[in-house]
Structures are given as C-alpha cells and as structure tokens.
Design a protein around this ligand. Structure first.
Ligand SMILES: [Zn+2]
Length: 175
C-alpha cells in the first residue's frame, strides 16, 4: 500500500504533501508553518527539557492548522478581495476529508534534510568528552560540536536556526 503512494501512509496524506509543494504560494505558506512548528518545538524543549521531543509532530500540527484555516476560508473563494488559491479548491475536492491525513509524516517530509536532534535539550550527561593534547578533556555537544561548560542541572540548546535557514531555506523574521 505504501508503494502505491510513493511511501506516504495513504492517499490523503500523499495528496496533501503533493499540493503543499505544488504551488509557489502554498509552498511559501508551508515554509512559514514549518518555521513556526520548529519554534514551537524549541519552546517546548526549553520549557520541558526532560520530556521526549517530537519535532515532526510540532511541525505537522502547525501545517494541519494552516490547512484547516485554508478550508475554513474556502467559502470566500471567488468573492471580491479573496486570496484563496484556485489550486486549493481542487486539493480539498481531491482529499475529501482531512481526518485520514497523517500530519506527523507531513512533518517528516518537510524536515527530511534537517537534523531534528539539534532541538533536543542536552544534559551534562549527553555531552561527549573530547581529548585535548593539553589540559582536561572538553565536554562537547554530540549534535552541534560546540564545547560546553555547564553544571550538572543545566541544559544545553544547540543553535539550530542557522541550520534550518541553510538546509530548509526557512526564514524566522516574521515567525
Ligand atoms: Zn549543541
């Protein structure tokens, strides 16, 4: 079954994934939703560093909210001043209902080149000790490679935004 839809979970999910990238306008809005999802995930990690972080789910939820908002505005289509894209109409006609869409895997698809572990909070025990020719070995973050000095009850957060800007082409100015 998954082969039938290029590895996507089902027809609805495949269809949404296709439409999100199909049109320049929806692509840009999806990029913004992805950026918002990453910021939400990072906020969550800051607030609950000890809880397992599902970055894909945060991004999937933002994209789901965006698509639901599009659907809510569909009735304005054709009205003066409406900015509903004609392509969206065909998307909703083709998908039917949204409840079968697997938003987590939409998030996975959007983040395919991004190392999501950068957003995970690292405790002192997660750091690796790298040997130096002189002096004590330096605790280093396994994900961003930064040397980190912190207390046992501190958390380290990698600088993930430059990576997201670089590999995903995201912007964070209006997030
Ligand atoms: Zn790091």
């Amino acid at each position: 079954m998954s082969d039938e839809y290029n590895g996507w979970k089902n027809r609805e999910t495949w269809c949404v994934g296709l439409y999100l990238d199909n049109d320049h306008g929806t692509y840009l809005e999806t990029q913004r939703a992805t950026a918002r999802g990453l910021v939400r995930a990072a906020d969550f990690a800051n607030e609950y560093p000890e809880v397992t972080l599902n970055v894909y789910r945060h991004v999937g939820r933002e994209i789901e909210g965006m698509v639901q908002e599009w659907r809510d505005h569909l009735e304005e289509f054709g009205a003066p001043g409406s900015d509903v894209e004609p392509g969206l109409l065909s998307m909703f006609l083709e998908i039917g209902s949204l409840w079968r869409v697997d938003w987590d895997s939409i998030g996975v698809g959007k983040l395919d080149t991004f190392p999501v572990e950068l957003l995970t909070a690292k405790s002192a025990g997660d750091l690796v000790r790298s040997e130096r020719p002189l002096g004590a070995p330096l605790p280093t973050c396994p994900d961003c490679g930064l040397a980190v000095l912190m207390d046992a009850d501190d958390w380290h957060f990698c600088d993930w935004r430059p990576v997201a800007m670089d590999v995903l082409g995201l912007g964070f100015d209006d997030v």
